[in-house]
Design a protein around this ligand. Structure first.
Ligand code: ATP
Ligand code: MG
Length: 439
C-alpha cells in the first residue's frame, strides 16, 4: 500500500490508509491508547483498541518521537476539531496494523509535543535536533522558507539574474576588521563578509543580479540581532538614475515578500500572534531629519550624525504612528560612516545611501555606488585605504561600467521581526555566535 500523507486523510474517510511519521505524543485512556502522529504535512490522532491485538502490543511500547508506520481506517471524528496544538481535527485513524521503523536511543531530554515549550534560548539551541521538531518552532522555518522563496520569485520576475559568488577571498576587502581568517593551503585567506565586489562585477555583466548567500562576520557581538554567519539577500542593478531607483525596487520586493508570507503562512503567523501590515509606500527620511525627530519627540540626542539601535527603534515607532508603516528608509548617511564605494551626494559630506528599518531594526543597507574608475580611486584614498589593495575590484570599472546600486538585506532579521522572536538565533536552524559552534 502506498503511503498517504496526514493532510490527505480527510479525503479518505471510510478507507484504510498507510501513514508514516513520528509519534508526537502518546496518551492512555483506560484500555485505549491514543497517539498523535506527525508527518511533514500535519498531525492526526490515532486510536488503538485492545481488540487489534498485534497493533496493540506494538503500541504499548511506543513513546514520543518513535518513528512508526501504521495502517488504519480513516473515521470522521465526532465533534470535529480538537484543542489547538493536538491532532488535526475532522478525522482520526482507527489503527489496524502498527510497526516501529526507528526508536529513540535514550529517554528524551525534553518534551516537544506541546506547542509552547517554554525553554530558555540555550536549551532551545543545545537540543536543536529535537526542539526543531516542535510544531511551533518548526513553523518559524516555514516562514523563513517563504521569505527566501518570495525573494527569489520577485527578483526573477524583475529580471535579476541569480548568481553565486565566492565565499573564500584572497584579501580582507572593504578594509573592515570583521573578517574571519582561514588557512587556505599554504596561504591565508578570508571568509566573505559580503558579496559586494562580486555582485558589482555581476551588474557590469548582467545589469541586474541577485544572490542568496552566506556571509560571515567576525563581530564579537552579544545582541539579539547579530550572529556570525547569516544569509544575505543581495541585489545589484545597473542603469539607475539615482539611489531612489534602488529604494523603489527594494520597496517592491518587501511588498511582495510580506504579501507572500501573509498568503502562504497564515497558520504559522497565527501561532505567533503575528500580524503583517500591508506595505504601502515606505516613508523615506534623511538621517539628519530622523535625528532631529529623535531629539524633538524623544529627547534623544546623538553625539554624531549616526543612529544607534535605540534610535532605530524610536524612528520605527514614529513611522508606525505617523505613516502607519512598519518600514522606514533612512537616507543620506555621512560618507565617514559609509564604505568608500558609496556615491557621494551633491553635498559630498553625505552619500546616496540608505538603510531600511523594519519593526525597530535595520534590515538592509544599500545605495548607489561610484562607477567612475578615477573617482573610485580617489575615494579609496580619501578613506585612507590603498588602491593597490583593490586591483581586481578596480578592474570592474576599467572597461565601462554603468551607474548602479543595490542592497544587502538580512534574511533572518526579517523573520525575527515578523514573528516577534526574542533573538535572531531563533530564526536560524543552527546558529553560529561568538560562543556557539555546535550543534
Ligand atoms: P548592524 O549595524 O545592525 O550591525 P550593519 O550595518 O553592520 O548592521 P550591513 O553590513 O549593512 O550590516 O549588512 C546588511 C544587512 O545584513 C543588515 O541590515 C542586516 O539585516 C544584516 N546583518 C548585518 N550584520 C549581521 C549580523 N551580524 N547578523 C545578522 N544579520 C546581519
Ligand atoms: Mg548596515
Amino acid at each position: 500500500m502506498e503511503r498517504t500523507l496526514i493532510s490527505e486523510t480527510p479525503q479518505s474517510v471510510g478507507q484504510i490508509v498507510k501513514l508514516k511519521g513520528w509519534v508526537n505524543i502518546r496518551r492512555d485512556h483506560g484500555k485505549l491508547i491514543f497517539i498523535d502522529l506527525r508527518d511533514r504535512s500535519g498531525m492526526i490522532q490515532m486510536v488503538i483498541i485492545p481488540d487489534k491485538e498485534e497493533a496493540y502490543k506494538v503500541a504499548k511500547d511506543v513513546r514520543n518521537e518513535f518513528v512508526i508506520e501504521v495502517e488504519g481506517l480513516v473515521k470522521q471524528r465526532p465533534g470535529g476539531a480538537t484543542k489547538e496544538g493536538s491532532a488535526t481535527g475532522g478525522v482520526e485513524i482507527e489503527v489496524e496494523k502498527m510497526a516501529v521503523i526507528s526508536q529513540p536511543e535514550d529517554v528524551l531530554p525534553l518534551d516537544v509535543s506541546e506547542n509552547d515549550m517554554n525553554v530558555n534560548l540555550d536549551t532551545l539551541l543545545n537540543l536543536r535536533h529535537l526542539t526543531l521538531r516542535n510544531k511551533k518552532i518548526k513553523s518559524i522555518f516555514k516562514v523563513y522558507a517563504e521569505v527566501i522563496n518570495a525573494y527569489a520569485k520577485i527578483m526573477n520576475r524583475e529580471e535579476f539574474t541569480e548568481i553565486k559568488t565566492p565565499k573564500i577571498l584572497n584579501s580582507a576587502t572593504e578594509g573592515g576588521a570583521n573578517f574571519f581568517k582561514i588557512k587556505y593551503f599554504e596561504k591565508e585567506a578570508f571568509l566573505a563578509q559580503s558579496p559586494q565586489f562580486y555582485k558589482q562585477a555581476g551588474a557590469g555583466i548582467f545589469e541586474r543580479v541577485f544572490e542568496i548567500g552566506t556571509v560571515f562576520r567576525a563581530e564579537p557581538h552579544f545582541t539579539t540581532r547579530h550572529v556570525n554567519e547569516y544569509t544575505s539577500l543581495d541585489a545589484e542593478m545597473a542603469f539607475i538614475d539615482g539611489f531612489e531607483d534602488v529604494m523603489d525596487e527594494l520597496e517592491k520586493v518587501m511588498k511582495f515578500m510580506m504579501e507572500s508570507v501573509n498568503e502562504h503562512c497564515r497558520e504559522e503567523l497565527a501561532m505567533f500572534g503575528a500580524e503583517i501590515l500591508p506595505v504601502k509606500s515606505i516613508p523615506r527620511i534623511k538621517l539628519t531629519e530622523a535625528l532631529s525627530i529623535l531629539e524633538k519627540e524623544y529627547g534623544k540626542k546623538m553625539e554624531e550624525v549616526d543612529i544607534d539601535a535605540e534610535g532605530e527603534r524610536m524612528i520605527c515607532e514614529w513611522a508606525r504612528k505617523n505613516y502607519d508603516s512598519d518600514f522606514v528608509f533612512l537616507t543620506h548617511y555621512p560618507s565617514a560612516i559609509r564604505p568608500f564605494y558609496s556615491m557621494p551626494s551633491a553635498d559630498p559630506q553625505y552619500t546616496e545611501t540608505f538603510d531600511l528599518l523594519f519593526m525597530g531594526v535595520e534590515i538592509a543597507s544599500g545605495g548607489q555606488r561610484i562607477h567612475d574608475y578615477n573617482q573610485l580611486i580617489s575615494s579609496i584614498k580619501k578613506h585612507k585605504l590603498n588602491p593597490d589593495d583593490f586591483e581586481h575590484y578596480l578592474d570592474i570599472f576599467k572597461y565601462g561600467m554603468p551607474p548602479h546600486g543595490g542592497w544587502g538585506l538580512g534574511s533572518e532579521r526579517i523573520v525575527q521581526k515578523i514573528l516577534g522572536l526574542g533573538s535572531i538565533k531563533e530564526a536560524i536552524l543552527f546558529p553560529r555566535d561568538v560562543k556557539r559552534l555546535t550543534p
